[in-house]
Design a protein. Structure first.
Length: 327
C-alpha cells in the first residue's frame, strides 16, 4: 500500500472533522499452557486518536514507545488497518491526523501489535455512519484475521481473561472474570524478540503425552484464575512452547525457572521475552517484585548479558478497549 490516500468513487467517505479516541489495554497471551487460546488484559494502555480531515494529508503525532522506528506514512500499521477496516465497511478515507501515545513496549510479548490493530478497527467502526457500524463480533473477527490469532486481540477488546478459539475462518471468544486476588507482575527486558522468530522455533508435532498434560494444566489454570489462585503455579505449567523457545531468550527462561522454583506462577508473556507472574494476592506480588528486582540487579548477569529489567506490578483490566467520538 503506497501513497497517502485511499479513494474510490464506489465508497463513501467519513465525515471530516471527527475524532475517534481509543484506549486499549496491554495483553499477555498463552499464560503458560493456553497456547494461542488464552490471554488477559493488564493496566498498561496505548491511546490512539484518529481525526478525519477534508484534505488528503496524513499527519502524525507520535509519542512514547517505538516512535523513533515507526513510519509516518500510509505504511504505519494503524493506517493500513484503518484503511482495510473502512473498506470492509464500505468507506474510503481522505486525510487523517493520527495521534498515538504508545505505552506498550514493542516486540516484548505485551500485545503492542494487537493493541494497534484493535484500536484502528474500533476507530474505523466509530467514524462511519451509525447505520454502517458493526458489532464487537465483527471487530473481533477482523482484528483476529489481521493479527493472525485472537489470543491478544480478544482480551484487548473485551478485557479480563479471554478464552478464544477458531472454527474454520471464524474467531470466537468468551470473557472470564478472574478472582480479585490475582495480581499480575511483569519483568520487561530491554531487548526485543520478534514473534515470527519465536514461532519459527516450535516443532511441527509434539508428543501425545505432552499434549494431554498441557490440556489438563490449561483446564486447571481456569479454575485457579477464577476460584482458587493457590493453584496458579500448577496451572501455569506449559508443555507446548516455552521450552522450545528458551534458546531465543535464555535470560527470560532462567528468570521463569528461578521464580517457579520459589513457588511463583511465572511464564513467558506471549512470544516473549517479557516474563509475567500471577501472584495470589498483594503480599505475594510484593515478594515477587522484590525477587525480580534483586535477580535483575545481579552484577554478573548484567555484565554478561547487558540486560536491564523494568519490573511493574499491574492490575487486571476488566473492561477492555474504550472508544470516544468527538465531533
Amino acid at each position: 500500500m503506497t501513497g497517502s490516500t485511499m479513494t474510490s468513487p464506489l465508497l463513501k467517505t467519513p465525515l471530516a472533522g471527527v475524532t475517534a479516541t481509543v484506549r486499549v489495554p496491554g495483553t499477555s497471551a498463552n499464560l503458560g499452557p493456553g497456547f494461542d487460546s488464552l490471554g488477559l488484559a493488564v493496566s498498561l494502555y496505548d491511546t490512539l486518536s484518529i481525526t478525519t480531515l477534508d484534505t488528503p494529508e496524513l499527519e502524525f503525532e507520535l509519542s512514547g514507545e517505538g516512535v523513533d522506528q515507526l513510519p509516518r506514512d500510509a505504511s504505519h500499521l494503524v493506517v493500513k488497518t484503518l484503511d482495510l477496516a473502512l473498506e470492509r465497511l464500505g468507506y474510503s478515507r481522505a486525510g487523517l491526523r493520527v495521534a498515538a501515545a504508545n505505552v506498550l513496549p514493542h516486540g516484548r510479548g505485551l500485545g503492542s501489535s494487537a493493541s494497534a490493530i484493535v484500536a484502528a478497527v474500533l476507530a474505523a467502526n466509530a467514524l462511519v455512519e451509525d447505520a454502517d457500524q458493526q458489532d464487537s463480533a465483527w471487530v473481533l473477527q477482523l482484528a483476529s484475521e489481521l493479527e493472525g490469532h485472537p489470543d491478544n486481540v480478544a482480551p484487548a477488546l473485551f478485557g479480563a481473561v479471554a478464552v478464544s478459539w477458531q472454527e474454520g475462518d471464524g474467531y470466537s471468544s468468551a470473557k472470564v472474570t478472574p478472582s480479585d486476588l490475582v495480581v499480575p507482575v511483569v519483568a520487561i527486558p530491554n531487548v526485543e524478540l520478534k514473534t515470527e522468530r519465536a514461532r519459527g522455533m516450535l516443532p511441527a508435532t509434539v508428543p501425545h503425552a505432552d499434549a494431554a498434560a498441557n490440556s489438563g494444566r490449561a483446564a486447571l489454570l481456569m479454575h485457579a484464575l477464577t476460584a482458587d489462585p493457590s493453584l496458579l503455579l500448577a496451572g501455569t505449567r506449559d508443555y507446548l512452547h516455552q521450552d522450545y523457545r528458551a534458546a531465543a531468550m535464555p535470560e527470560s527462561a532462567a528468570l521463569v525457572a528461578e521464580l517457579r522454583a520459589a513457588g511463583h506462577a511465572a511464564f513467558i508473556s506471549g512470544a516473549g521475552p517479557t516474563v509475567m507472574v500471577l501472584a495470589n494476592g498483594g503480599a505475594e506480588a510484593d515478594v515477587i517484585v522484590q525477587s525480580i528486582t534483586e535477580w535483575g540487579a545481579n552484577a554478573k548477569k548484567v555484565a554478561e548479558h547487558g540486560l536491564s529489567w523494568r519490573v511493574l506490578r499491574l492490575q487486571l483490566d476488566l473492561e477492555g478497549a474504550k472508544v470516544e467520538v468527538h465531533p
